[in-house]
Design a protein around this ligand. Sequence first.
Ligand SMILES: [Fe+2]
Ligand SMILES: [Fe+2]
Length: 152
Amino acid sequence: MRTIDPKYSIGIDEMDAQHARWIELIEEFRSVGSERLLEPAGFDAAAQALEQLLNYTRSHFASEERFLVTHEYPDIDAHKLRHGELAAVVEQLLEELRAHKTNTTPLKLNLMITIWLMEHIMGEDDRYARFILKRPISTGTVKRTLQFAKKD
Ligand SMILES: [Fe+2]
Ligand SMILES: [Fe+2]
């Protein structure tokens, strides 16, 4: 299982491992997306990296939503809605990259992706983790990330 940088840990092993992979793909996209998007090859490479990121984003969201159902998270509908919005934004960017038409500079593009996705982990995801980890019923069914467990 992948380990996550403790500053991005929400304290739940399974989700932290998925977020670690997600961050890895964001980083990959950032490094490819930093190249000049003026050449067709640059667009293609960025689109490919973004497609991989989008696929993983979708599978992570689906897996996380199942997790939230299992743990009876009350704000699941709002969380799902947010996932839908985030995936739509990534989808839109992918379309633009594929069509080789985006006015967005690579730097801005990278910042947008990073901020949206990372903020989601640190904000909304962290909120459900707090809820689930506090529930007495979750004790023993959720594996806590060591780093977090120590803080408790
Ligand atoms: Fe997540
Ligand atoms: Fe989420």
